[in-house]
Design a binder for this molecule. Structure first.
Ligand code: TXA
Ligand code: MG
Length: 331
């Protein structure tokens, strides 16, 4: 992919125009959002959307999030706009919330992976907003990584994962939130499809109690209610082990080291073990989420073969991190 750097706070209009023109021409453009980098394509073009699925190796049953620059643009993507949508949009947009609603006409069918619905998001990153406004059409953008691998929080992560792909990367530096948007379906009763940067409790303060399915499995051969609920996902190359008991983990580290394996860890508290690569992690959940993927990418880069991570603490503030660790540790 071609790389174009851009100021994350005051994006240069010429660079935005170039990227927008490439989107309108059906090309792929990776861009920063406040959560993670997205791999964007014209959501009205089946051909452009096909390029996203091919580049990511994404199963055709996993639908894409469509991004709009503002509430008005977002509303036009949905066939119905319930009161809950308006309330959540007013409270959390622009920001890391995706609403799933019945889809309006005009979008490529492939965006919805055969479902009659569409995931809609108005991101808060200045580069994303400027690009979406300049593109003048809805932009589908999944995270800009190969399917099931770690999401990218820097342009370098995008380039490393998608090096063989044709397209442009707008490099606006590291993304400030670092973990994906919360996905809420409003097709029936409000339902949490993917925990994310905004907690379920924050959503409930606006619309009252929501359905929270237990993570769970879903047969990926069927169009999933949300393939965010599919199992292994967001995973580093290394084997990731989530532990509760530090003494046990320290023993396992010694065993792995004795077998000649390169060991790594992400740690809020020090572990009494001889790790090849130990990265300290913050004990505040938002800070932890911001650094999680970048830290796992870093351990992948130095060749860690096994990574130990403390189980996330109890409490809703850690739900998104707990969810990502669980999926990353599945095999
Ligand atoms: O923060 C984010 O949401 C990032 C940035 C780039 O916006 N995007 C992102 O996209 O994480 P992706 O494709 O990696 O994850 C989208 C999630 C998946 O779990 C997908 O199954 C779900 O949203 N989703 C999208 N459209 C859906 C729909 N119509 N019905 C149910 N789930 C949907
Ligand atoms: Mg993704």
């Amino acid at each position: 992919m071609d790389l174009l750097s851009i100021d994350p706070l005051q994006p240069d209009p010429d660079r935005i125009s170039e990227a927008a023109a490439r989107l309108r021409a059906g090309e792929l453009v990776a861009f920063p959002t406040e959560t993670v980098y997205g791999l964007g394509a014209d959501a009205t073009s089946a051909e452009a959307i096909g390029r996203i699925y091919a580049a990511k190796g994404r199963p055709p049953t996993n639908p894409l999030i469509v991004h709009a620059p503002d509430l008005e643009g977002a509303r036009a993507l949905a066939r119905t706009w319930p009161v809950a949508a308006q309330q959540l949009a007013e409270r959390f947009w622009p920001g890391p919330l995706t609403l799933v609603l019945p889809r309006a006409s005009g979008l490529a069918d492939e965006v919805s992976a055969g479902l009659g619905t569409v995931g809609i998001r108005v991101p808060a990153h200045p580069v994303a907003v400027a690009l979406l406004a300049a593109a003048g059409r809805p932009v589908a953008a999944p995270s800009a990584n190969l399917s099931t691998t770690l999401s990218p929080t820097t342009a370098e992560h995008v380039a490393a994962g998608l090096d063989a792909v044709d397209g442009l990367i707008l490099d606006g530096g590291p993304t400030p939130v670092g973990i994906e948007s919360t996905v809420v379906s409003l097709v029936d009763a409000p339902t949490l499809l993917r925990p994310g940067a905004i907690s379920a409790g924050e959503i409930e303060q606006v619309v009252g109690p929501i359905v929270r399915p237990e993570g769970g499995t879903h047969d990926p051969r069927e169009a999933a209610p949300s393939p965010g609920l599919m199992d292994r996902h967001y995973a580093p190359r290394a084997t990731l082990l989530v532990f509760d008991d530090p003494a046990e983990a320290a023993e396992d580290v010694s065993k792995a080291a004795a077998e000649g394996r390169t060991t790594g860890a992400l740690l809020r508290d020090p572990l009494k073990a001889e790790l090849d690569h130990a990265l300290p992690m913050p004990s505040e959940p938002r800070e932890y989420a911001r650094l999680l993927y970048a830290s796992l990418h870093a351990l992948d880069r130095v060749g860690a073969e096994v990574i130990w991570v403390e189980a996330a603490p109890d409490g809703e503030a850690w739900d998104a991190v707990r969810d990502r660790l669980r999926r990353a540790s599945m095999r």
